[in-house]
Ligand binder design. Sequence first.
Ligand code: F6P
Length: 358
Amino acid sequence: MRKVGILTSGGDCQGLNSAIRGVAKALYHTLGDSVEIWGIADGFRGLIEGEYKRMRPEDFSGILTLGGTILGTSRQPFKLMRVIDETGVDKVEAMKKTYRKMGLDALVILGGNGTQKTANLLSGEGLNVVSLPKTIDNDVFGTEVTFGYHSAVEIATGVLDCLHTTATSHGRVFIVEIMGNKAGWLTLSAGLAGGADAILIPEIPYDPRRVREMLEERARRGKEFSILAVAEGAISREESELSKKELKARRAADPAPSAAYRLMREINADSKYEMRVTVPGHFQRGGAPCAYDRVLTTRFGAAAAELVCTEQYGRMVALQSEKITSVLLSETAGRARHVPLDAGEVQAARAIGLCLGD
Ligand code: F6P
């Protein structure tokens, strides 16, 4: 009998359930009655606290299109993993103990960057770990794409499409703040797909004067409305020259709650423009996965099951050159994938004259 545990960790996204389904169906298909799948509750929390349950094949039916995660999730910061908490719990030892108590042969972990670090830690501690890359941020190193990303691009694009009509009617400037943490992938793709007039991403510090010049140029051409797609992690050129500590102190003292509001203040000091801010927030992580993510998660799930069946542990499934492969957790953990300045999307944005703030 092969016993496989499965958990989802970190912020949720579309496609978690379809990935869980892919792993489970492929395991049952290959191993039949000789596999038992155990669902661990709320990510690493369930592994630490010993909360898990035996899953049945029917648990994985009808979940292809379901948003969220049937297993639950939680954020367990990697930097605290080795810190003994106030109740005296050694989290790493507790996870190893649960793994042994459950009698697991393998543990399948679905998560983003932080999760991959903990997956690597557990692998280093001798657990048989296989992981899958999920996040709307698309910033996991070692894979060209993470699941959740394309679904979130669809949602953020839909937001920009809807705002276009109302922005045009009123001749307003809309600033739309798009998620993505410190990476600009989501903003860049949604900005291109949604026809934004400016796209500001963390990888390209912006000068508010450039954005303003773009607005003025559009007004000269009779375009009174504009759509600015701004990554939540966008940073001005001035801020990019500060040390981490200085930036933190400045942000703490700033009454503006987030990037979009800072930008509004920076470019509209004289209130010349009628501006509105829209922050779709977690809306971007919810609902059914798009068709691309359903296919990707099925492929990732099948690949993860194969790694388990062939006992290739310490690896994360990945997409490279459009082919499914896997990478060592030790190579991906602790590294994020940012938008390179020569990315095709950046080049295309420049080629069509979009303002990138620089
Ligand atoms: O990593 C996914 C993500 O949605 C980021 O884009 C965002 O910065 C963060 O999670 C929000 O985290 P939380 O769900 O903890 O508010």
